[in-house]
Write a protein that binds this ligand. Sequence first.
Ligand SMILES: Cc1cc2nc3c(=O)[nH]c(=O)nc-3n(C[C@H](O)[C@H](O)[C@H](O)COP(=O)(O)O)c2cc1C
Length: 189
Amino acid sequence: MDQFAIQLIHGRTHISPKRLGNPGPSASQKETILLAANAAPDHGRRVPWRFIEIQESSRPVLGEVFRQCLLDRDQEANPIQQQEALDKAYRGPLLLLAVANYKDSNEDISKQEKLISLGCAIQNILLSTYALGYGSGLSSGRALQSDRIRALFKLMDEEEPICFITIGTVIKNKPYRIRPNLSEYHSTF
Ligand SMILES: Cc1cc2nc3c(=O)[nH]c(=O)nc-3n(C[C@H](O)[C@H](O)[C@H](O)COP(=O)(O)O)c2cc1C
């Protein structure tokens, strides 16, 4: 395999959204990143996923949903905790929500296959981001399972929010992560 591909695959690491700052990708770089998603394997070519970009102007309303979700879980959350929940919506110059679409999963293409396709699309996004010199991080959290998030993003019944993807310039990075050994996930039959 080409050295660039090896470096790309093994060099990418999760960067905490807190450590992703400006500048973010330019408009054309953003298009390159998003177009990488459509190269994902997709059985039946259903495009069983979509990515919603949360613009700057929408960060306050998302932050408020995060804060409300925290209060749903813990009515006694203090103002500092509430502010932390709110702040999460402001991290990173480019913020995407990855959404799986399981429409017609009872037919020949299962929900699992659709979710795998989304995972591949996400990885294509992460690798393209890294190739362009930016960092990325995935985040989930309990708010994603809430009706508040579904309502905010007007998700359809057959859709499921999977994770946020934050993209930006790496401000600070943690030491390189130790990867699992081959023997942990490979066997012969
Ligand atoms: C669907 C999904 C959701 C994730 N959500 C979180 C999260 O909420 N918080 C977090 O720190 N990392 C999250 N991660 C990132 C993983 O923690 C990270 O990929 C893992 O630690 C491996 O590190 P690496 O990506 O650098 O190899 C998520 C990863 C996936 C695939």
